[in-house]
Design a protein around this ligand. Sequence first.
Ligand SMILES: NC(=O)c1ccc[n+]([C@@H]2O[C@H](COP(=O)([O-])OP(=O)(O)OC[C@H]3O[C@@H](n4cnc5c(N)ncnc54)[C@H](OP(=O)(O)O)[C@@H]3O)[C@@H](O)[C@H]2O)c1
Length: 298
Amino acid sequence: MEAAIIGLGRMGANMAMRLIKGGVAVHVYNRTYDKALSLEKKGAKAYEKIFELVGALTAPRTVIVMLPAGGPVQEHVKILSQLLDKGDTIIEGGNSFYKDDISHFEVLKQKGIHYLDAGISGGIWGLENGYCTMVGGEETAFKNAEPLFKFLAPENGYMYCGPPGSGHFVKMVHNGIEYAMMQAYAEGFNVLKSSPYATDLDLEKISNLWNQGSVIRSWLLELLERAFKEDPDLESLNSVVADSGEGRWTVQQAVDTGVPVPVIASALFERFSSQNNSVFANRVLASLRKAFGGHIVE
Ligand SMILES: NC(=O)c1ccc[n+]([C@@H]2O[C@H](COP(=O)([O-])OP(=O)(O)OC[C@H]3O[C@@H](n4cnc5c(N)ncnc54)[C@H](OP(=O)(O)O)[C@@H]3O)[C@@H](O)[C@H]2O)c1
């Protein structure tokens, strides 16, 4: 069995390694060729040009795209659409917006090229633990690519979700939930840290304790325990939290369908605040307090 991967960042490189370990012949391309070459030392076959990679594959070909959503994915799906033939398959494994997947699917369908949108979760730990994978597209195309998903996922860790876009739709909501869960831990630990008991409380030990059978035990909490172990006050980090698409899309989707998502929305807005997007709003507040009550402001 063989597969190609385009994009060897934190996800693509480890996915390539997991497939190699599973006995898959893996062909790789990356914009920065050095990353492809370093994977060649671990058993992959590296190519400097995408057309060389596609030319080396046996039909029907399967190419996994692991690039940032938006422009890079659009560009590479277009390039691949010109190089692949009828019966070949593109698996978009990044975090694309599900409506983009539907457009890609429609365009590629006219050429007989299959397109699967695969929402892949597992981060840098996926190499070791496997990647939880949510797949949308035509079911026959999914069946053909299923052995690859099996190699990538942990046991029972992949699923055919439904028509084009549904894989990334499910992943989008997964990430929205992730935002909210992370926010809840962040707020809870902040209350502990600001409490009268703060100097007595060992946050690493509390994280560990809560993972021993408590209702809020989780893998995120295990990661937090490790983080507190390395840096008890997390002083090596600044307090800016990026958002990368799925949280916004989940909230936008909820607004479009009139579904209340106050917790996910609040988690998203907290990230915006962390990015210093509240500075002017807070100046407005301070200025109004001063204006109506003569309150002292800084
Ligand atoms: N990291 C995670 O935890 C995670 C989890 C699930 C899904 N995802 C999704 O998986 C995809 C890949 O994520 P990642 O974390 O592996 O990203 P990453 O570590 O930032 O790597 C990005 C990769 O894309 C390439 N790239 C970026 N812009 C490009 C462009 N304009 N043209 C060609 N290549 C370009 C980079 O090539 P160079 O080496 O040349 O820079 C690199 O190989 C994204 O859609 C991400 O949202 C990530």
